[in-house]
Design a protein around this ligand. Structure first.
Ligand SMILES: NC(=O)c1ccc[n+]([C@@H]2O[C@H](COP(=O)([O-])OP(=O)(O)OC[C@H]3O[C@@H](n4cnc5c(N)ncnc54)[C@H](OP(=O)(O)O)[C@@H]3O)[C@@H](O)[C@H]2O)c1
Length: 218
């Protein structure tokens, strides 16, 4: 499979690229910073320069022309303000989904976040509220499209090593954390399970092996 990953230099994206390369898939990381090309190649993926806050859907559709699947792994990241939550966490996902539709790439896995799907609680920090609002809007946009989408909402991300053991289920899953390495393994497994399309899934560390967890909800 040829899988295009938006936000290709993200921490989850780099882990996913390694996993996909190891199993013989062709991963393509969309990045905006040319200094990141070598890291993508070291992970075993192809790097393509594409600033998701500047590209048009037509531009991105060209990049997706030979793809079998899209993974949205971009994010404005810590330290960014409310405007970039909207321009990346919402608008860049909308852009990728629009481009996938134009290019005829049906499979689309979106990394969202636990907490999305409901309005931010009154009194929530402004940037967190903008983040949750952006993720919720990106999810709603994707659900309305004729694509084979899966929305994955991880809990708090850690850089701990992979455990291979997760709790993956439709909401609500009790809050928790999950290593980025386990998120990457779940996405790799979701890409292999078309039966997980049209599902919104929450993910934290748990006691099910990744393959069994994904198989059980497909
Ligand atoms: N932190 C948490 O606890 C948590 C929990 C649940 C879900 N999430 C979500 O999980 C996802 C992945 O997390 P992560 O930790 O792997 O993310 P990350 O390391 O922050 O990576 C995000 C990537 O998006 C890229 N990006 C930002 N703007 C871009 C643009 N205009 N064009 C192209 N790429 C752009 C960044 O590239 P640059 O280096 O160029 O900025 C970065 O490589 C994010 O959507 C995040 O919101 C996070």
């Amino acid at each position: 499979m040829r899988i295009v990953i938006a936000g290709g230099h993200g921490k989850i994206a780099l882990l996913l690229e390694r996993l996909l390369a190891e199993r013989g898939d062709q991963a393509v990381g969309l990045i905006r910073n040319p200094d990141h090309v070598a890291d993508i190649q070291t992970a075993g993926a192809e790097a393509v320069i594409c600033d998701l806050e500047a590209a048009s859907a037509e531009d991105v559709a060209v990049l997706l022309s030979r793809a079998d699947a899209v993974v949205f792994a971009a994010g404005a990241g810590p330290g960014s303000g409310a405007l970039r939550k909207d321009s990346v966490d919402r608008a860049a996902s909308v852009l990728m989904a629009d481009a996938a539709g134009r290019a005829g790439v049906r499979r689309f896995v979106q990394i969202s976040s636990m907490g999305a799907g409901a309005p931010p609680r009154p009194g929530t920090d402004e940037v967190w509220a903008a983040y949750i609002t952006a993720k919720t809007a990106a999810e709603a946009d994707l659900r309305a499209r004729d694509l084979d989408w899966t929305i994955l909402r991880p809990g708090g991300l850690t850089d701990a090593p992979a455990t291979g053991m997760v709790r993956l289920a439709p909401p609500p899953v009790p809050a928790g954390t999950v290593p980025r390495a386990d998120v990457a393994a779940v996405i790799a497994a979701l890409l292999d399970e078309p039966g997980t399309r049209h599902q919104t899934l929450e993910l934290v560390s748990g006691d099910s092996p990744v393959a069994a967890a994904v198989h059980s909800i497909s």
